[in-house]
Design a protein around this ligand. Structure first.
Ligand SMILES: [Zn+2]
Length: 68
């Protein structure tokens, strides 16, 4: 039985209408997704170990990781 580990959860999505897709060039179709990672012990989220962002294009469905 696992009593500890880590999980990544989807925190939020927000549309980014100012950025063009690096793959297909479509503008306004990018959605920024924010994911948070945390360590859980006895299934209780305990320590946040960071957030990650990923941007997906609605047009070509490719995912880009924007540098921040
Ligand atoms: Zn695209």
């Amino acid at each position: 039985m696992l009593i500890y580990g880590w999980r990544t959860t989807h925190i939020k999505s927000e549309a980014n209408t100012y950025v063009s897709c690096p793959h297909c060039g479509e503008k306004g179709g990018i959605t920024n997704n924010v994911f948070g990672s945390y360590v859980h012990i006895f299934w209780t989220p305990t320590i946040s170990i960071g957030k990650k962002g990923a941007a997906q294009c609605h047009h070509c469905k490719k995912v880009a990781n924007p540098k921040r």
